[in-house]
Ligand binder design. Structure first.
Ligand SMILES: [Fe+2]
Ligand SMILES: [Fe+2]
Length: 482
């Protein structure tokens, strides 16, 4: 079969030859109704009958893998797509470096591998659940469509992980696939596995921050798993990354458009002082200090997803050849790290300072460092927009010790510059750093829907170009067909 083309004949579109793999085909067909139930219960609230201008993957060829058309979300063709196999691929790192990549699960690493797949899989439906209320306050049809595109693709990412569980992990894989449909974001008894995926996404600025910061954690994890010596995982993640790029585009341009609108409204009204919050808010836009606080919140919650700075799990997964470093294949070293060290920011005698640690134990830290660099690129672009309009303000990522719940800094309170604070000072100053109830209420008040083509809510600028090069007045969601 031609791997680049997707077989759309059966219930489950795929390029993995499901037609010849009846055991897995039946397992997935059995899982399918539960998935649809989950989508109906926990997917976007309302708009399920609306026609949404969505892209669907029809191939895994990087030069033209998607087609755009109006689709009702429950009819979206969720499928199983793997990037093409590289003939003769070798395990690129760890103790098995240079051996043939595994096409089956290596027995001794089965539990570790299953856990990696389940943790990644759990984040996918979680974000759909977190974002399910946002449709009804969409600032435009363009944004509504982008939200739903992200949602259906996170649904497909769940399919991607469930395929691996069903195909390679037997009975326990099947049980894990069921459990992925049972947990619920924010649920008291059966929450999702990771903290940031149990937080609320209460408004659209949060959605843009989430897709900028938290989907970018997803990108880093997928990049690390795309290096895996377990070839089916590598190929799955490589194709997921193609879709993930759009999610981060939605986040980066979303925040850019909020910032742009704020700065333009300030200029127009002759307000130059970004800290004159009351005056800025009267313009129906979100003041820059509040945007900064939202960034502080989502950045710090996302840093927790990288886990403990010093981690034997991370060391074991690398050593075994299951999870590599960010773009392992472009790094120039021995790819085994048995002897090397890596500087880790730690809390030593109450002070935040660097300490050289064994490189293998410091892999979470290293991935997090790569993540922070990646985050700063877009922040630089936000600041360019502010500077070009001429407002004296700069968005800055907070110190990594700020507002942490996992790792070295979970036990302390720090300000956004990394100065350690007493509990009393933290309580006093918290609202300087993170959105206050009043900030949240103000933003919530702004979240009025704008469902007319070509129109946008007061607090966000239109995009520079349309999706699929559509004109500005294109009707991205036909709500009326509901
Ligand atoms: Fe995803
Ligand atoms: Fe994503």
């Amino acid at each position: 079969m031609n791997i680049a083309q997707v077989d759309y004949d059966g219930l489950i579109p795929n390029n993995v030859g499901l037609g010849q793999d009846l055991r897995v085909k039946h397992a997935l067909e059995k899982w399918h109704p539960g998935y649809i139930n989950w989508w109906n219960d926990m997917g976007p609230e309302g708009f399920q009958e609306s026609l949404v201008y969505l892209r669907t993957a029809i191939s895994v060829d990087p030069k033209g893998w998607a087609k755009f058309d109006y689709v009702r979300m429950p009819d979206y063709r969720w499928g199983v797509l793997l990037a093409p196999q590289h003939e003769g691929r070798k395990i690129p790192f760890g103790m098995h470096k240079g051996e043939d990549a595994w096409q089956e699960v290596p027995g001794e690493y089965r539990a570790m591998l299953r856990r990696l797949v389940v943790i990644q899989g759990d984040t996918e439906p979680a974000s759909v659940e977190q974002q399910r209320h946002l449709g009804k306050t969409a600032p435009s049809l363009y944004d509504m469509r982008n939200l739903f595109q992200v949602n259906v693709e996170e649904g497909r990412h769940l399919w991607a992980m469930v395929y691996l569980l069903q195909k390679y992990f037997g009975t326990d894989g099947r049980e894990e696939a069921e459990a992925l449909l049972q947990r619920r974001s924010g649920h008291a008894d059966t929450p999702r596995m990771l903290g940031a995926f149990n937080e609320k996404t209460p408004d659209w600025l949060s959605f843009f921050m989430f897709t900028y910061f938290t989907d970018r954690d997803g990108k880093m994890q997928l990049e690390a798993l795309a290096q895996s010596g377990f070839d089916p995982l590598s190929r799955t993640c490589r194709f997921m990354l193609t879709e993930e790029a759009h999610h981060m585009f939605v986040g980066e341009t979303g925040v850019t458009r909020v910032i742009q609108r704020t700065c333009e409204a300030m200029k127009q009204a002759g307000i130059n002082d970004p800290t004159n919050i009351e005056a800025v808010r009267k313009l129906g836009v979100i003041d820059l200090p509040t945007i900064q606080k939202k960034a502080n919140m989502h950045f710090s919650l996302t840093l927790d997803l990288f886990g403990n700075e010093i981690s034997t799990n991370a060391a074991n997964a690398f050593h075994a050849g299951l999870k590599g470093r960010y773009r392992e294949d472009r790094l120039k070293d021995d790819h085994q790290l048995e002897g090397g060290t890596y500087p880790v920011l730690r809390l030593i005698d109450g002070k935040i300072q660097n300490e050289d640690s064994p490189a293998l134990s410091a892999l979470n830290m290293r991935l997090r460092d790569d993540y922070v660099v990646d985050c700063n690129v877009g922040v630089g672009r936000w600041n360019k927009v502010i500077a070009e309009i001429g407002i004296p303000f700069e968005i800055k990522l907070p110190h990594v010790a700020f507002h942490r719940h996992i790792g070295e800094f979970a036990s302390i309170k720090a300000d956004v510059s990394g100065n350690v604070l007493s509990d009393a000072d933290w309580t006093k100053r918290r609202n300087e750093f993170l959105p206050s109830d009043a900030d949240r209420e103000f933003i919530e008040g702004l979240m009025q829907p704008q469902f007319e083509p070509a129109k946008f809510a007061s607090w966000i600028a239109p995009p520079r170009v349309g999706i699929d090069n559509k004109p500005g007045d294109f009707e991205y969601v036909k709500i009326a067909d509901a």
